[in-house]
Design a binder for this molecule. Structure first.
Ligand code: ADP
Ligand code: MG
Length: 663
């Protein structure tokens, strides 16, 4: 067998094998007489062989007769197998077959030949996750060999094990690979046995420790200390609006971090519309005041354009030089903008995440703002670190997707977090309505009425990916609505338009000349048009909860009451109905995020953090909350009092994967 096949299973080091834990077991510790074999359950049956024959009964098959009487039947077999049976009969050997016996017959059992007195195994037989090309027969001896290859050090100090009533590491993994007969099998399969708890605890502990190490490593790196100066102060004196108390608090936390000489890594969390952009703008002013540059990155061009507008409106009067690097620029313009960035002439640079990719060199980048952080993977965060030359830039990550507590305690434990948990005054909560597709005419009437009053409407088409078919849906819907709503100015926006086309449509919508904007989820994040007060989401059941919440956050930004209509297909499955109910009944992004997490798992929130090797193989942060709490407390104590053990523990669990946690 090639080692490449084992690597596909993630098996390289001794510990990889040791931690390749069985997902079920077979009990071969007792022999069952043929007539006593329980129906529907596998059993181990031993019998003296009598005859072997290849026969044709509708199908070619191998039939083996043994005492009992017992018949073994094989439809897939090879000549070597037939010969082996013949030899075993000549040698007077017995067969030990494991499988389900029905009316004295076993089909394709697992079997081997034994002399009569060979002892039975004393422990249950582990069954491992296998892959094409690696069967149990190859995998099992390798795993057990690794398990027995010498003592396995316990990286958790005895006092902590006692405090949390955890069994030893070696003892635990040995039990999981070779459980004694009679053990409560359900506790093994359900991962509730103390040995399983120990393994899951160790995994969570490794995660907590590596996050803390990452945090400390960052604290040791240098960054330029950024201080408020004349620009920041004069902007604060004539803000376009009074900051909410929550904004004030977040702003103070950010500005404080920036005055330190090591890089900030702060996540600014706030529901859609809570006003994160102005905090970013003020933070950028601290960089400009300190003679450095700031970069603001958004996940889409549309959003970067909107940032560019906002920043220009707010900061151009202060003579701050803002550059916008975007796809609509000609080659010559791009070159010029890049030159301005490289010379430091551009003080604030706005763009998409393309900014951190190759080719854009800054003069003195001291602050990177990453908007809608949940869209940005770890790789981008790693690239960013290299941009600031010998010093790393401060990083401000903004996210409107509230990160459920269980996740922020685990996957995001290396970040500092500020929360804006308050909306600017005068916001009216968005009313949500559920309409079946059959009531489309009624929805059109509502659109006409809203537009007649000078309001604007979004019509969101069900495209999760910007796929070809998805765009097709949007185009068709656009054509249809244009016919149905004659007299209204209808626009179309989707991810496949050229940047200048997108910008033009968006401009018309912002200016109010487009009344109904048919779009895909490109408007999901950040887009801010206060005059839009009606949103129709078509086939709403096809969207994720957090996504629906994001979309809905695009309206309710003006002083008028806003309505979000969720149109659903006629045949709505029960689970889909449940999901839409969550959106209908809740306006709090945190509650919605929690429910989304329960329904769809953490992938949505983790971006590339989750791709490839998931950081957690055994523990489930939702189910194992008590272990998460224990791991957090233990990690703190180990770093303080047992640093060597802490290092050894991380090394054991993460090995080569460590860098992913240190973005
Ligand atoms: P998000 O947090 O979703 O990025 P934005 O920063 O886009 O929200 O803010 C939403 C809107 O609210 C913007 O038009 C912004 O100018 C406005 N805004 C932000 N803070 C306040 C405030 N304290 N008072 C009034 N309006 C505000
Ligand atoms: Mg925003």
């Amino acid at each position: 067998m090639k080692s490449g096949t084992l690597e596909k299973l993630g098996l390289r080091s001794r510990l990889d094998f040791v931690l390749h834990l069985p997902h079920r077991y077979e009990d071969e510790t007792v022999l069952t007489p043929v007539h006593a074999a329980p129906p529907g359950q596998p059993a181990l049956i031993q019998a003296r062989l009598q005859r072997v024959a290849v026969v044709f009964r509708g199908k070619r098959q191998l039939i083996v007769n043994a005492e009992g009487p017992l018949i073994l039947r094989f439809f897939h077999f090879h000549q070597g197998q037939v010969a082996a049976f013949k030899r075993a009969i000549e040698n007077g050997q017995l067969v030990r077959a494991f499988g389900e016996a029905r009316l004295g017959e076993m089909v394709h059992p697992r079997y081997r030949f034994v002399a009569g007195d060979e002892p039975l195994p004393e422990t249950l037989t582990p069954v491992y996750a296998a892959t094409a090309g690696v069967g149990q027969g190859t995998l099992r001896p390798k795993v057990l060999e690794a398990l027995d290859a010498g003592p396995l050090e316990d990286t958790v100090p005895p006092e902590l094990r006692r405090r949390y009533s955890l069994p030893g590491f070696e003892e635990s993994v040995k039990l999981l690979h070779r459980p004694p007969p009679g053990i409560d099998a359900a506790s093994l399969i359900g991962h509730t046995h103390p040995a399983w708890r120990r393994v899951k605890f160790d995994e969570l502990l490794a995660q907590q420790l590596s996050m803390r190490f990452a945090y400390r490593t960052r604290r040791r790196r240098r960054a330029q200390a950024l201080r408020a100066g004349p620009l920041l102060n004069s902007f604060l004196r004539k803000l376009p609006f009074k900051l909410t108390a929550a904004q004030e608090r977040a702003l103070n936390e950010v500005v404080n971090d920036l005055t330190e000489a090591h890089p900030m890594q702060r996540l600014l969390q706030g529901d859609v519309g809570s006003g994160k952009t102005i905090i970013a703008a003020i933070a950028c002013l601290a960089a400009v005041d300190s003679g450095a540059q700031a970069a603001v990155m958004a996940p889409t061009e549309i959003l970067s354009e909107q940032h560019y507008r906002k920043f220009s409106e707010w900061l151009a009067p202060l003579r701050v030089r803002i550059a916008w690097l975007h796809g609509g620029l000609s080659a010559a313009e791009k070159k010029r903008v890049r030159a301005e960035i490289a010379s430091g002439e551009a003080q604030i640079v706005i763009g998409t995440h393309a900014l951190v990719q190759k080719g854009v060199g800054f003069d003195r980048l001291a602050l990177a703002v990453v908007d809608e952080q949940h869209r940005f993977g770890v790789q981008q965060r790693l690239t960013l670190r290299k941009k600031g030359d010998d010093t790393a830039p401060h990083q401000l990550m903004m996210s409107a997707t509230p990160i459920p507590r269980t996740l922020s305690m685990t996957y995001f434990a290396d970040l500092d977090v500020s929360v804006i948990d308050q909306m600017p005054p005068g916001r009216q909560p968005v009313k949500t309505r559920l309409f079946s597709a059959g009531k489309r005419a009624e929805v059109l009437t509502r659109i006409r009425a809203a537009c007649a009053e000078g309001q604007q409407t979004y019509w969101v088409c069900p495209v999760i990916e910007e796929s070809k078919e998805g765009v097709q849906t949007a185009v068709e819907t656009y054509e249809r609505l244009k016919n149905e709503l004659t007299g209204l100015k209808v626009g179309l926006l989707h991810g496949r338009l050229r940047p200048e086309e997108k910008a033009a449509v968006m401009e018309e919508f912002i200016a109010g000349s487009v009344q109904l904007l048919v779009c895909t989820t490109v408007i999901e994040v950040g887009v801010d048009v206060p005059n839009a007060s009606l949103m129709v989401i078509e086939s709403a059941e096809r969207f994720g909860l957090a996504q629906l919440h994001q979309l809905r956050g695009r309206i309710g930004r003006g002083s008028r009451e806003s309505v979000c209509i969720l149109l659903y297909g006629e045949a709505l499955a029960e689970t889909a109905r449940e999901r839409l109910k969550v959106i209908y009944e809740n306006t709090d992004g945190f509650i919605i995020a929690q429910r989304d997490l329960e329904q769809r798992g953490p992938g949505e929130y983790l971006g590339e953090r989750q791709s490839g090797d998931p950081l957690l193989r055994f523990a489930d942060v939702q189910r194992d909350t008590d272990l998460v709490g224990m791991a957090i407390a233990a990690a703190e104590e180990m770093i303080e009092h047992h640093p060597a053990a802490a290092r050894a523990h991380v090394e054991r669990w993460l090995g080569s994967r460590k860098d992913l946690t240190q973005a």
